[in-house]
Design a protein around this ligand. Structure first.
Ligand code: HEM
Length: 212
């Protein structure tokens, strides 16, 4: 194959890539420090002592809080930059679900699971399942911030805490969102691995190579 049959196309802008990887790093710290806070005592799920000791996640409440309440500002700031960029650049159209998304999401999933051979025809940056998953991830980010500040300042922001069902409910919602991120992450990584190097490189370098 000669050079003429290779097309190099920009896929993800610099700001999008930076905010994606910064988000991943910050979210990892948020999940880790959140775990230190939750399991300063057994909150919802009792972790076997052996696991808690192996990962050294007990009795580190102050450390967990210190990291969590510091990094949350960076997480919020990075999220705002990304969302603003998506709105201003018009790129929100590439990930926001549209009417077709809801018709296509089941066929896309069946195709991805190899249950159906032919997939939906819509071509764009992202398919229906990706649109829902990525928009969902952004909404989960917003949800984490809102439930987080509701349990951070339950008196000052009492109206928000009440809106979310009270302190206990908001705390549980915050925990569920962490589980949601974890599930998103597992599927995201499997799909990225399946999509291959060309797709992954585009999130690192910005470009993908298309063979004509
Ligand atoms: C090691 C961890 C991760 C890897 C390797 C990874 C990789 C990727 C890749 C390759 C894409 C482009 C997908 C495509 O073009 O089809 C992507 C997009 C995306 N990822 Fe990740 N990701 C990771 C972690 C995360 C995390 C933790 C989140 C958020 C919770 C996240 C949210 C997103 C979103 C929202 C997009 C769409 C970006 C856009 O175009 O606006 N990723 N990721």
């Amino acid at each position: 194959m000669n050079d003429k049959s290779i097309i190099i196309r920009e896929k993800h802008s610099r700001l999008l890539r930076y905010s994606h990887w910064i988000n991943f790093s910050l979210l990892s710290i948020m999940v880790w420090s959140g775990i230190l806070i939750y399991w300063a005592n057994d909150a919802y799920i009792k972790i076997p002592n052996s696991i808690a000791e192996t990962f050294s996640i007990r009795f580190r409440l102050a450390e967990g809080m210190g990291w969590h309440f510091f990094i949350m500002w960076a997480f919020l700031f990075n999220g705002l930059i990304y969302v603003n960029y998506m709105i201003i650049s018009g790129e929100w159209r590439t990930i926001a679900p549209n009417r077709k998304t809801f018709y296509e999401v089941i066929p896309v999933i069946l195709h991805e699971l190899k249950i159906k051979k032919s997939g939906p025809v819509t071509i764009g940056k992202f398919n229906a399942a990706q649109r829902l998953a990525y928009t969902g991830a952004i909404l989960m980010g917003l949800g984490s911030v809102l439930t987080g500040i509701a349990i951070y300042k339950p008196v000052t922001l009492g109206w928000l805490t009440n809106l979310l069902g009270g302190y206990k409910a908001a705390r549980f919602e915050h925990f569920l969102l962490m589980i949601g991120f974890f599930l998103f992450f597992i599927v995201h990584i499997i799909q990225v691995a399946r999509a291959g190097w060309n797709n992954f490189r585009a999130m690192l370098a910005g470009y993908e190579i298309e063979k004509d």
